[in-house]
Design a protein around this ligand. Structure first.
Ligand code: NAD
Length: 303
């Protein structure tokens, strides 16, 4: 059956351009009522223009869909709450929240001002948390919600000149890892998209033979899936780019287990690095209550 969003309300932040725009257009084309949030502004987050969000709202309406504009910045807690309030005032619910808004202030860390470090985190990390915080009680009350945050390979893998951005993009993964647990019993699912697409943010970076394939609309179907009622994924990260879709997951190697009753020397670490680092033994990382407990039990240190 076709995936539809009739009677569903979706909010897309940063929906005036690039990926946010195509997310909003796709959701609206499948029946969602959409808050198109965007204060406008340049890639570094300065300036602003209402016309940016208005244009996407007009596109949706011309295609027969329903949309309303919000010009608030996600970077300010009260303004971010007003984005959720816009949906509540107009339609009385929030079914899906796509935290997509973003800026760049790239520089090698040595030359990066802490002002630029903080501001990039204010938009990507806190901007996501502010929106989720305002939507959370609404979704809990509804016993339904779909949240998609936007991460990046600049965080999961790293990218020269993006210390502020990489850190902020990893922060949102930490947020959903926890919220997937806290929201589960309220039927709230929290997932992340790790996109790559040709937008004004990446136009200077992408090689000309690759750029034409990196269409933003090729990322949006995964985002829309994660916003759907049918979506049962929770706390997962999906990479999407040029028609390629994949899951991103943390792994841990089998490693070594020393007896915790005995001291561990630096040399024991050095001499075990081959085993510690052997990705051939890797399996999904489950944290403290997974592997360590399993190993201590295997060696008889715990029951
Ligand atoms: P874009 O610059 O085309 O769009 C970002 C939009 O966010 C803009 O319209 C901008 O006005 C808006 N925005 C900026 N600050 C805002 C704020 N404070 N409040 C609300 N809206 C704000 O860039 P894009 O490539 O479409 O990026 C979308 C998201 O995807 C970003 O979070 C970005 O970091 C992420 N991302 C993009 C790529 C890529 O390859 N394009 C890769 C990894 C992650």
């Amino acid at each position: 059956m076709t995936v539809r969003f009739d009677d569903r309300v979706a909010i897309v932040t940063g929906a005036g351009a690039g990926l946010g725009r195509t997310h909003a257009l796709l959701l609206a084309s499948r029946g969602a009522k959409v808050v198109v949030n965007d204060p406008g502004g340049s890639v570094d987050g300065t300036g602003g223009a209402n016309a940016v969000a208005d244009k996407v709202v007009a596109e949706i309406r011309e295609a027969g869909g329903e949309a309303v504009a919000s010009y608030a910045s996600v970077a300010d807690e009260a303004a971010a709450a007003s984005i959720i309030q816009t949906a509540m005032d107009k339609w009385g619910r929030v079914d899906a929240l796509v935290c997509n808004a973003g800026i760049l202030r790239d520089k090698a860390f040595n030359n990066m001002s802490m002002e630029d470090y903080v501001f990039v985190n204010q938009v990507h990390h806190f901007g996501t948390a502010f929106c989720v915080k305002a939507a959370w009680p609404v979704m809990r009350k509804q016993q339904y919600g779909r949240i998609v945050v936007t991460t990046s390979s600049s965080g999961t893998v790293g990218n020269f000149g993006q210390a502020n951005y990489g850190a902020a993009k990893m922060a949102v993964n930490g947020l959903i890892n926890v919220l997937r647990l806290e929201g589960a019993k309220y039927n709230i699912r929290c997932n992340a998209i790790s996109p790559s697409a040709y937008t004004r943010m990446t136009e200077a970076l992408l090689p000309p033979d690759i750029a034409p394939w990196m269409k933003p609309e090729l990322v949006s179907p995964m985002v829309a899936w994660l916003c759907s009622e049918e979506c049962d994924q929770n706390g997962e990260i999906f990479a999407a780019s040029a028609g390629n879709f994949a899951r991103v997951q943390y792994f841990a190697t089998e490693g070594v287990q020393f007896d915790p009753a005995e001291p561990v020397s630096i040399e024991m670490i050095r001499d075990s690095l081959g085993k510690i680092r052997d990705l051939g033994t890797a399996r999904p990382y489950t944290g403290l209550f997974g592997m360590v407990v399993e190993k201590l039990r295997a060696m008889g240190r715990i029951k």
